[in-house]
Design a binder for this molecule. Structure first.
Ligand SMILES: [Cu+2]
Length: 428
């Protein structure tokens, strides 16, 4: 059977300069990763041999048999588990699985995340007032895009984004966060993981009255629990958190020696908040192919802070190399351990350190497969750790292609999640 895919789609993978990988080397990386998701999708670049063209799809009588409007938006109702042999019936039109899977990967490689407005998880600078770090926050109804193909959805956001701005302070700081409720409904804000004065705990009818529409509430406390934490609605929370009222609250240790840059030599500190309600399965408010790739050099060490604001457990699986787990819920582990799949329950935060040893495009995804890949390719909780050889990367950076390097743009701009873990106000 001849390769049914358009040649242009195939060559586009070779022309992505940010990957700094030839098609052959991508495939070699794919061979190393075995049956992994990216390997599977990228293997679509290989000339088709005698393999079958995929025709499986649900029976026409199935409620999910209607064709999705895009390769990536069928996950809400579609079971990824084949329940029958490839359909011999002529009632359902055959779908070219490879073409659909390749198309969605191409959108990722073209940097779809960077094209979307309203990137969340951006740092917010406080105003200093009488020794307190003051954060002015609004609570808003917003339009939010999960990816470029789906219509914007009616969501909620702090300061207009999902995830909310990333609040980063130092252990011992006095935090004063003023929340103005611009919603048509009441709410409350909880700083999850902090040891708080009880009246600052943010649970309506328990520790405070709800923040009514048009009203404000000021949360003030000393940040005394270092590590990876969150802030989110604690009122009508299934709906409000599910629709986007969630964000990262990072408390850097007072002793600079305990920061991840000093302690582990990390050069990127990445926040990764998952959700699984409105908009399906998301990482930092986006679903694949609009998720942000992570870009690193061979020899670089990076940190990832997994945070789960959803209502399901998600086992994060990194191809190609292990993750060293160093903290849970902000508390350093007495004995860090290695793994390649790490289950993160709702409400939990797990911090991992990754030594980026081997070049390649390594799939990084939730391993509950219905959260990550269906018959039309990958969606939802999928991204890639792209590790580049420094010399090759330098050559590319010096080339004329660099300004239009889409994967780099996606990594750095499209909801970029990495930041240097410097304690504000300290040097080095
Ligand atoms: Cu999952």
């Amino acid at each position: 059977m001849s390769d049914p895919r358009p040649e242009a789609a195939v060559t586009s993978l070779e022309s992505v300069p940010g990957l700094l990988l030839s098609r052959r080397s991508i495939l070699r990386a794919g061979a190393v990763t075995g049956t992994g998701l990216v390997a599977t999708a990228l293997a679509a670049c290989a000339p088709a041999a005698a393999g079958p063209n995929w025709t499986y799809r649900p029976e026409a009588s199935s409620p999910v048999a209607a064709a999705p409007t895009s390769p990536s938006d069928d996950h809400a109702g579609h079971s990824a588990t084949p329940t029958s042999a490839p359909a011999a019936s002529a009632s359902a039109s055959p779908v070219d699985h490879d073409a659909a899977a390749l198309a969605v990967v191409k959108r990722f490689l073209d940097g779809e995340g960077a094209t979307l407005e309203g990137a969340g998880n951006q740092p917010i600078r406080p105003r200093l007032e009488g020794g307190a770090k003051v954060f002015e926050m609004t609570i808003d109804a917003i339009k939010h895009r999960i990816d470029a193909a789906k219509d914007p959805i009616d969501a909620l956001g702090y300061n207009g984004t999902w995830p909310a701005p990333r609040i980063e302070v130092t252990e011992g700081d006095t935090v004063r966060a003023v929340f103005k409720n611009n919603l048509a409904e009441s709410t409350g804000v909880h700083f999850h993981g902090q040891r708080l004065p009880n009246n600052m705990d943010g649970v309506p009818h328990i520790t405070q009255d709800p923040i009514e529409p048009g009203d404000s509430f000021t949360y003030e406390f000393v940040a005394r629990t270092p590590g990876s934490h969150m802030y989110h609605s604690h009122h009508n929370a299934t709906d409000q958190v599910g629709r986007g009222l969630l964000g990262a609250f990072i408390v850097q240790p007072k002793d600079p020696a305990d920061r991840y840059d000093r302690k582990y030599g990390v050069s990127q500190d990445i926040v990764w908040i998952s959700n699984d309600s409105l908009g399906g399965f998301t990482i930092n408010g986006r679903g694949f192919p609009a998720t942000s790739p992570i870009l690193a050099y061979v020899g670089e060490t990076i940190a990832i802070r997994f945070m789960n604001e959803g209502s399901m457990m998600h086992p994060w699986h990194l191809h190609g190399m292990p993750m060293k787990v160093v903290a849970r819920d902000g508390y350093p582990l007495p004995a860090p351990f290695l793994c390649d799949t790490l289950g993160v329950n709702p409400g939990e935060r797990w911090d991992v350190i990754i030594d980026c040893a081997d070049p390649g495009a390594w799939a990084f995804h939730c391993h509950i497969l219905p959260h990550a890949e269906g018959h039309d390719g990958m969606f939802g909780m999928v991204t890639a750790l792209v590790i580049q050889d420094p010399a090759t990367a330098a050559a590319t950076l010096a080339s004329a292609d660099q300004p239009t390097d889409p994967i780099r743009s996606a990594a750095l701009a499209g909801g970029s999640t990495s930041f240097l873990c410097r304690v504000p106000g300290t040097v080095g």
